[in-house]
Design a protein around this ligand. Sequence first.
Ligand code: GDP
Length: 195
Amino acid sequence: MKINTAKFLISNTDIEKCPKDYFPEFAFIGRSNVGKSSLINMLCGVKNLAKASSTPGRTRLINHFVINSNTFFVDLPGYGYAKASHTLIEQFQKLTLDYLLKRKNLACLFALIDGRLPLQPIDDDFFTWCAKKKIPFAIVLTKCDKLTKNELNKNIRAIENALYVKWQELPPIFITSATNKIGKDDLLEYIGSIK
Ligand code: GDP
Protein backbone atom coordinates (compact mmCIF):
# COMPACT_ATOMS: atom_id res chain seq x y z
CA MET A 1 0.00 0.00 0.00
CA LYS A 2 1.20 3.47 -0.82
CA ILE A 3 -0.01 6.43 1.23
CA ASN A 4 -0.89 9.37 -0.98
CA THR A 5 -2.87 11.45 1.46
CA ALA A 6 -3.01 11.48 5.26
CA LYS A 7 -5.16 13.94 7.14
CA PHE A 8 -6.06 14.43 10.79
CA LEU A 9 -9.82 13.99 11.17
CA ILE A 10 -10.93 14.20 14.79
CA SER A 11 -9.96 13.63 18.44
CA ASN A 12 -12.43 12.00 20.80
CA THR A 13 -12.90 11.14 24.44
CA ASP A 14 -15.92 8.98 23.71
CA ILE A 15 -15.99 5.89 21.50
CA GLU A 16 -19.55 6.70 20.45
CA LYS A 17 -18.34 9.93 18.91
CA CYS A 18 -15.62 8.32 16.80
CA PRO A 19 -16.26 8.48 13.05
CA LYS A 20 -18.64 5.89 11.66
CA ASP A 21 -16.85 2.65 10.87
CA TYR A 22 -16.98 3.04 7.12
CA PHE A 23 -13.24 2.40 6.52
CA PRO A 24 -10.97 -0.40 7.74
CA GLU A 25 -9.00 0.86 10.69
CA PHE A 26 -5.43 0.38 11.92
CA ALA A 27 -4.66 1.52 15.45
CA PHE A 28 -1.34 2.22 17.16
CA ILE A 29 -0.74 1.78 20.87
CA GLY A 30 2.24 1.63 23.19
CA ARG A 31 3.75 3.02 26.32
CA SER A 32 4.39 6.72 26.41
CA ASN A 33 7.56 7.73 24.56
CA VAL A 34 7.82 4.44 22.67
CA GLY A 35 7.89 6.34 19.37
CA LYS A 36 4.21 6.10 18.36
CA SER A 37 3.85 9.58 16.89
CA SER A 38 7.14 9.25 15.06
CA LEU A 39 6.09 5.92 13.56
CA ILE A 40 2.72 7.25 12.37
CA ASN A 41 4.43 10.27 10.84
CA MET A 42 7.03 8.06 9.18
CA LEU A 43 4.41 5.73 7.68
CA CYS A 44 2.35 8.64 6.38
CA GLY A 45 5.33 10.65 5.19
CA VAL A 46 4.01 13.72 7.00
CA LYS A 47 6.26 15.36 9.54
CA ASN A 48 3.86 16.55 12.22
CA LEU A 49 0.73 14.55 11.53
CA ALA A 50 0.63 12.79 14.88
CA LYS A 51 1.71 15.35 17.40
CA ALA A 52 4.58 14.45 19.69
CA SER A 53 3.44 12.81 22.87
CA SER A 54 4.33 15.87 24.87
CA THR A 55 1.50 17.89 23.31
CA PRO A 56 -0.88 18.59 26.18
CA GLY A 57 -4.33 17.14 25.71
CA ARG A 58 -3.61 14.95 22.74
CA THR A 59 -2.23 11.97 24.63
CA ARG A 60 -5.47 11.02 26.31
CA LEU A 61 -7.59 11.11 23.22
CA ILE A 62 -8.44 8.77 20.39
CA ASN A 63 -7.10 10.52 17.31
CA HIS A 64 -8.43 9.49 13.89
CA PHE A 65 -6.57 10.10 10.63
CA VAL A 66 -7.94 9.47 7.15
CA ILE A 67 -5.49 7.73 4.85
CA ASN A 68 -6.03 7.77 1.07
CA SER A 69 -9.72 8.57 1.66
CA ASN A 70 -10.36 4.88 2.32
CA THR A 71 -8.57 3.87 5.54
CA PHE A 72 -8.40 5.09 9.12
CA PHE A 73 -5.25 5.24 11.20
CA VAL A 74 -5.87 5.71 14.92
CA ASP A 75 -3.46 7.04 17.50
CA LEU A 76 -4.55 5.59 20.85
CA PRO A 77 -3.65 6.83 24.33
CA GLY A 78 -0.52 5.24 25.75
CA TYR A 79 -0.44 2.92 28.74
CA GLY A 80 1.96 1.98 31.48
CA TYR A 81 2.11 4.57 34.16
CA ALA A 82 0.05 2.93 36.87
CA LYS A 83 1.40 1.64 40.15
CA ALA A 84 2.67 -1.92 40.39
CA SER A 85 -0.30 -3.01 42.45
CA HIS A 86 -2.75 -2.19 39.67
CA THR A 87 -3.79 -4.83 37.22
CA LEU A 88 -3.35 -4.23 33.54
CA ILE A 89 -7.03 -3.61 33.03
CA GLU A 90 -7.09 -0.98 35.75
CA GLN A 91 -4.18 0.74 34.11
CA PHE A 92 -6.02 1.17 30.88
CA GLN A 93 -8.20 4.11 30.51
CA LYS A 94 -11.80 3.09 30.03
CA LEU A 95 -11.65 4.91 26.74
CA THR A 96 -8.94 2.68 25.31
CA LEU A 97 -10.64 -0.46 26.55
CA ASP A 98 -13.94 0.64 25.10
CA TYR A 99 -12.29 1.34 21.81
CA LEU A 100 -10.46 -1.99 21.59
CA LEU A 101 -13.47 -4.03 22.60
CA LYS A 102 -16.11 -2.24 20.58
CA ARG A 103 -14.58 -0.89 17.40
CA LYS A 104 -15.86 -3.28 14.76
CA ASN A 105 -13.76 -2.05 11.85
CA LEU A 106 -10.43 -2.55 13.65
CA ALA A 107 -8.40 -4.54 11.12
CA CYS A 108 -5.20 -4.57 13.15
CA LEU A 109 -3.81 -3.06 16.31
CA PHE A 110 -0.10 -2.29 16.12
CA ALA A 111 1.36 -2.67 19.61
CA LEU A 112 4.63 -0.78 19.82
CA ILE A 113 7.49 -1.80 22.06
CA ASP A 114 10.96 -0.32 22.33
CA GLY A 115 13.29 -2.51 20.27
CA ARG A 116 16.14 -1.94 22.72
CA LEU A 117 14.38 -3.43 25.73
CA PRO A 118 13.57 -6.95 26.80
CA LEU A 119 9.88 -7.82 26.79
CA GLN A 120 8.31 -5.80 29.60
CA PRO A 121 5.69 -7.47 31.81
CA ILE A 122 3.09 -4.82 31.01
CA ASP A 123 3.47 -5.41 27.28
CA ASP A 124 3.45 -9.16 27.77
CA ASP A 125 0.22 -8.90 29.78
CA PHE A 126 -1.28 -6.64 27.17
CA PHE A 127 -0.56 -9.06 24.33
CA THR A 128 -2.14 -11.88 26.31
CA TRP A 129 -5.17 -9.74 26.97
CA CYS A 130 -5.48 -8.91 23.24
CA ALA A 131 -5.34 -12.59 22.36
CA LYS A 132 -7.97 -13.43 24.96
CA LYS A 133 -10.25 -10.72 23.61
CA LYS A 134 -9.56 -11.77 20.02
CA ILE A 135 -8.21 -8.38 19.07
CA PRO A 136 -6.13 -8.74 15.91
CA PHE A 137 -2.69 -7.32 16.62
CA ALA A 138 0.91 -7.19 15.51
CA ILE A 139 4.01 -6.24 17.48
CA VAL A 140 6.15 -3.36 16.26
CA LEU A 141 9.68 -2.89 17.60
CA THR A 142 10.59 0.80 17.52
CA LYS A 143 13.90 2.74 17.55
CA CYS A 144 15.78 -0.20 16.03
CA ASP A 145 18.35 2.19 14.55
CA LYS A 146 19.76 2.53 18.05
CA LEU A 147 21.05 -1.05 18.05
CA THR A 148 23.70 -2.79 16.02
CA LYS A 149 22.47 -5.63 13.84
CA ASN A 150 23.85 -8.14 16.35
CA GLU A 151 22.24 -6.46 19.33
CA LEU A 152 18.95 -6.21 17.50
CA ASN A 153 18.94 -9.86 16.45
CA LYS A 154 19.80 -10.87 20.00
CA ASN A 155 16.94 -8.84 21.44
CA ILE A 156 14.45 -10.07 18.85
CA ARG A 157 15.35 -13.65 19.76
CA ALA A 158 15.00 -12.86 23.47
CA ILE A 159 11.58 -11.28 22.89
CA GLU A 160 10.43 -14.20 20.76
CA ASN A 161 11.64 -16.68 23.37
CA ALA A 162 9.83 -14.77 26.10
CA LEU A 163 6.66 -14.82 24.02
CA TYR A 164 6.97 -18.53 23.24
CA VAL A 165 6.57 -19.24 26.95
CA LYS A 166 2.87 -18.48 26.45
CA TRP A 167 2.31 -18.58 22.71
CA GLN A 168 2.35 -21.46 20.27
CA GLU A 169 2.34 -19.16 17.29
CA LEU A 170 3.62 -15.61 17.46
CA PRO A 171 1.82 -12.58 16.11
CA PRO A 172 3.61 -10.74 13.28
CA ILE A 173 6.64 -8.80 14.56
CA PHE A 174 7.92 -5.77 12.65
CA ILE A 175 11.32 -4.13 13.00
CA THR A 176 11.13 -0.35 12.59
CA SER A 177 12.95 2.91 12.93
CA ALA A 178 11.20 6.21 12.34
CA THR A 179 14.62 7.82 12.06
CA ASN A 180 15.85 5.57 9.24
CA LYS A 181 12.46 4.61 7.79
CA ILE A 182 13.25 0.98 8.52
CA GLY A 183 10.16 -1.20 8.28
CA LYS A 184 8.04 1.34 6.45
CA ASP A 185 7.55 -0.79 3.33
CA ASP A 186 6.94 -3.96 5.34
CA LEU A 187 4.29 -2.32 7.53
CA LEU A 188 2.52 -0.66 4.63
CA GLU A 189 2.55 -3.90 2.67
CA TYR A 190 1.06 -5.71 5.65
CA ILE A 191 -1.62 -3.07 6.05
CA GLY A 192 -2.44 -3.32 2.35
CA SER A 193 -2.66 -7.10 2.58
CA ILE A 194 -5.30 -7.16 5.34
CA LYS A 195 -7.28 -4.08 4.39
P1 GDP B 1 5.30 8.70 21.57
O1 GDP B 1 5.20 9.30 22.93
O2 GDP B 1 5.16 7.21 21.63
O3 GDP B 1 4.40 9.31 20.53
O4 GDP B 1 6.82 8.93 21.11
P2 GDP B 1 7.46 9.99 20.11
O5 GDP B 1 7.18 9.60 18.68
O6 GDP B 1 7.08 11.36 20.52
O7 GDP B 1 9.00 9.70 20.35
C1 GDP B 1 9.58 9.76 21.64
C2 GDP B 1 11.07 10.07 21.51
O8 GDP B 1 11.74 9.01 20.84
C3 GDP B 1 11.35 11.32 20.68
O9 GDP B 1 12.45 11.98 21.26
C4 GDP B 1 11.70 10.77 19.32
O10 GDP B 1 12.56 11.62 18.59
C5 GDP B 1 12.38 9.48 19.67
N1 GDP B 1 12.18 8.47 18.60
C6 GDP B 1 11.01 8.08 18.09
N2 GDP B 1 11.19 7.16 17.13
C7 GDP B 1 12.54 6.97 17.02
C8 GDP B 1 13.36 6.14 16.18
O11 GDP B 1 12.91 5.36 15.33
N3 GDP B 1 14.70 6.23 16.37
C9 GDP B 1 15.26 7.05 17.30
N4 GDP B 1 16.58 7.04 17.40
N5 GDP B 1 14.52 7.84 18.10
C10 GDP B 1 13.17 7.81 17.96
